[in-house]
Structure formats: structure tokens, C-alpha cells
Write a new protein. Structure first.
Length: 472
């Protein structure tokens, strides 16, 4: 018998066996999942919370951690530290929005047998905390963020014997009165729902006012304490306030007049601001261009602080007393200064002329030609040489005359005083010297030559001034 025949013969048994194994695996997985088996690929966040009392909280019993009635984790363990119950919360599901340090936890029983569960308010982000206060694996919530379960016997134990008796009578009478009236009670509760809603708003307002009143009392205590230590300053403040109000009372008419003039002043101010609107628009580009200068001035002002700091005592102790003592002198000098002002225009003109002369003398024109100051030492040297000989009658002028035999006549015509020198037989081969011209002719020629030289030097001065202006 071949293998194919064997498989074909027992195929139904094999399929039944595979179906049974698959069913067994499915049932095992279902049971494992519902028995809180955590697979390796399932992550969880472990958070610890401190409770005042963790009664009936037992790990491994499937006690859940709920957010808005939806299971997000389980209670993983309970330990005792410093008289407080530390409950381990294994968060296995993603909490929408995350969990934060301002979260609140409340232990509540699901059944009358105290099957406990933890109701969680995940909280909100707090930007003042790192990571906005988000909870991470291993974080712990303090006891201020948790509330334990309160049993009814704890509430009743806080009542005295009379109150318990009255409560028992009330419950018995209530049970007798409400027997068979469930529908009416439901209608009554339904009708009182708006009243309860408004009562809730009133209670919230009262609670908010209570907090504000508490803060107000605390602030008043601080203010009263501060006022008790500043009684002299408060007395001075009261006296000053009394004086100020008294001044206002005495100046009532002036205040009324000022208030009456205020509308016109505001109108004038409005008109002035409207008139300066165009100036502001025109000044904006200039101010924008001044911004780099202002930025550059900042380091300079910072560096000038030591100078200003050192100069302040000098100004305060030296310059200020000098100015005070100089004010009476300046007041007495006022009339004299007014008299000097009359001669100031002439002095200004003289100063301009002197400045022009100095500029002309000190100007060195471009090119090979030198200015007047360059020839001034030569002039002083020549003057010293000319007047270096003297006798009992005083200094004697001396000089050097250079001429040629061909130009002797022209030199004599220009300066007739050289007639005795030119009469000497210095040029024997030269033609006879011409006769000297009459004195009137010589004077006329001298005046013509003087005008010509004057025009020449004026033109030269104008050319120098023009070239100096171009160089500048």
C-alpha cells in the first residue's frame, strides 16, 4: 500500500485531528487573554500612586484602572511605605491626550463585595513643568492627587448615638413613605433636575467665592501686618493726603478754570498733531536712515561712561561753582559787551581782510613756481645785505646793477638816477649814450609803467586765487 493510499484512507481522521488541535489552541488563547496574560509585544507604563487607605485592593484579581469608564490598565501590586499604601498601576492601553502630573485617582467599588477599581482623571499639560508634566514609566503621584474609598460604616462611625438614632428613624420612615411609589419618585427626581443643575451652579459659585474670600482674608492679613510695621509712614501719608486735598479744595476755582480750558487745549493739540502728520511721514525715511547711526552710538556711549563718571565730580565741584561766581561778572559785563558789538562788524571785516592776506601769502600754487612764503627768507636776506653797511650818518643802501652795453639806453630811460654810472667809459665801442629825457616825460613814463605793473600783479593774484579755489 502506497503513501497516497494511506493518506486517502485516513484523511478524514487527520482533518478531525487538525480541527481539534486548532480549536484547543483557540480556546487556550481566549482563556489566556481573558486571564490577563500579557504578551511580550504588548508594552505597558508602570505608575505608582500613594493612597491614604488601599482597603480591598489586591493585585492579580483583575482590578482595573478606568478612564471615563474605559479600561486602560490593571492594579499590579500594593506595598506599604511610611504608613502609606503605594499602589502600582500597569497602564496597558493608550490614554488619549496622555497622563500628566496633575492627574487625580479615586478608589471606587464595582460591587457590594468591594471589588475595587481606580477611576483616573489623566490631567492636563502644564507648560511650566518639563515635558509639560507628562507622566513616564516609574513616576509616582503624591497622596494629594489620590482619594481612598470611604465606606458607609466610616461615615456612620463619625456620628454620635443621637444622630444615629435620628438617622435610623429617618430611613425607616422614608422606606415606609416611599413603598410602592417608585414611579412618583422617578418623576419627582426628573422634575427636580433643573433645580439640581442650578443648585450645582450656585454651589460652584459659592465654592469659588469661598476661595476668593479666603485669598482676600489672607491678603488683608498681610496688608494689616505691613501697615502695622509702617504706622509712621501711614500717618505721614494721611497728613500729606490731607494737605493735598486741602490744596485742591482751596484751588477749586482754578481747577474749574483749567477744566474749562481743557477742551480748547485738546482741540489745539489735535490740530497740531494733524499738522505734524505730514512732517512725520517725511521724517520717517530720515529716521530710518539714522537707525544705523543710533546703533553705532550705543557702543560709543558705553565706552564714554568712564569719562562721564570721572567728569561728573569735576563738573559738580569745579565748573559749577565757577559758573555761579562768573554769573555776576557776566551780568556787569553786559553793557560793555553791547558797546563792543558796535565795533564787531569792522573787526570782522578786518579779520576777513587779514585772513585773505595770510591765505595769499601762505598759498603755494601747483607747478614749479613757489609762493610768497618761499621768497620771504630771500627777501629778508637781501634786505639784510642791502642795509649791512652804515656810517655815522646811518645805513647806506647798496646794490648790484647788471646791464649790457646794448641795453644801457633802455636801462637809463627806465631809471634816470643811473646817469652818472652810465656816463663812465664802460662801453668804448658802443655808440654815444642818448640824452636823458626831460623829468616830466620820465614821470609820465614811470606812471604808465607803474599802471602796467599794477595790472600785471593784479592779474597774477586773480590767477593764483582761481587756481587755489580749484585745488581746494
Amino acid at each position: 500500500m502506497t503513501l497516497r493510499q494511506i493518506v486517502r484512507r485516513y484523511v478524514q481522521h487527520i482533518l478531525a485531528l487538525v480541527a481539534m488541535v486548532g480549536l484547543a489552541v483557540s480556546v487556550a488563547l481566549y482563556v489566556a487573554v481573558h486571564e490577563r496574560l500579557r504578551f511580550p509585544w504588548q508594552g505597558q507604563t508602570r505608575i505608582f500612586a500613594e493612597f491614604e487607605n488601599a482597603q480591598a485592593v489586591t493585585a492579580g484579581q483583575g482590578q482595573t484602572v478606568d478612564v471615563a469608564g474605559v479600561k486602560v490598565g490593571e492594579i499590579g501590586g500594593v506595598t506599604l511605605e511610611n504608613g502609606r499604601a503605594v499602589v502600582e498601576l500597569d497602564i496597558q492601553s493608550h490614554v488619549p491626550g496622555g497622563m500628566y502630573r496633575n492627574a487625580h485617582l479615586q478608589l471606587r467599588p464595582k460591587t457590594g463585595l468591594n471589588d475595587m477599581a481606580v477611576e483616573m482623571d489623566p490631567g492636563t499639560p502644564d507648560p511650566s513643568l518639563p515635558a509639560s508634566g507628562k507622566l513616564h514609566d516609574g513616576d509616582r503621584l503624591p497622596i494629594e492627587s489620590t482619594r481612598p474609598n470611604v465606606n458607609s460604616d466610616q461615615v456612620l462611625a463619625s456620628l454620635d448615638a443621637d444622630t444615629r438614632q435620628f438617622l435610623e428613624i429617618l430611613v425607616n420612615a422614608g422606606g415606609t413613605g416611599l413603598r410602592g411609589r417608585g414611579a412618583q419618585l422617578r418623576a419627582l427626581l426628573k422634575a427636580t433636575q433643573p433645580t439640581f443643575a442650578r443648585s450645582m451652579r450656585i454651589a460652584r459659585a459659592v465654592a469659588d467665592r469661598r476661595a476668593k474670600v479666603r485669598r482676600l482674608v489672607s491678603n488683608l492679613r498681610l496688608l494689616a501686618h505691613a501697615g502695622a510695621t509702617k504706622d509712621r509712614q501711614l500717618a505721614s501719608l494721611v497728613d500729606s493726603s490731607s494737605a493735598v486735598f486741602g490744596t485742591f479744595a482751596r484751588r477749586d476755582a482754578d481747577l474749574q478754570a483749567a477744566v474749562g480750558q481743557l477742551p480748547s487745549a485738546l482741540h489745539a493739540t489735535r490740530s497740531a498733531l494733524a499738522a505734524t502728520h505730514g512732517l512725520a511721514l517725511d521724517a520717517r525715511p530720515a529716521l530710518a536712515q539714522l537707525l544705523p547711526i543710533a546703533r553705532e552710538l550705543a557702543p560709543a556711549l558705553v565706552q564714554a561712561r568712564p569719562l562721564l563718571r570721572d567728569a561728573t565730580p569735576v563738573v559738580r565741584g569745579g565748573i559749577r561753582p565757577l559758573v555761579r561766581h562768573a554769573i555776576p561778572l557776566l551780568q556787569r559785563l553786559g553793557p560793555s559787551v553791547k558797546l563792543i558789538d558796535r565795533s564787531t562788524p569792522g573787526l570782522i571785516d578786518a579779520g576777513h581782510a587779514l585772513n585773505h592776506i595770510v591765505n595769499e601769502a601762505a598759498y603755494n600754487p601747483p607747478g614749479p613756481e613757489e609762493g610768497y612764503l618761499f621768497w620771504l627768507p630771500w627777501f629778508a636776506h637781501d634786505s639784510n645785505s642791502v642795509l649791512s653797511i652804515d656810517d655815522a650818518h646811518g645805513a647806506v643802501f647798496r646794490g648790484l646793477v647788471l646791464f649790457g652795453c646794448t641795453t644801457a639806453g633802455q636801462l637809463l630811460a627806465a631809471n634816470p638816477a643811473l646817469q652818472p654810472i652810465l656816463s663812465l667809459p664802460l662801453c668804448p665801442a658802443s655808440p654815444p649814450m642818448p640824452k636823458a629825457a626831460p623829468p616830466a616825460k620820465l614821470a609820465r613814463e614811470a606812471r604808465v609803467e607803474g599802471r602796467r605793473l599794477d595790472r600785471f600783479y593784479r592779474g597774477r593774484a586773480a590767477a593764483q586765487a582761481k587756481s587755489r579755489g580749484g585745488a581746494r
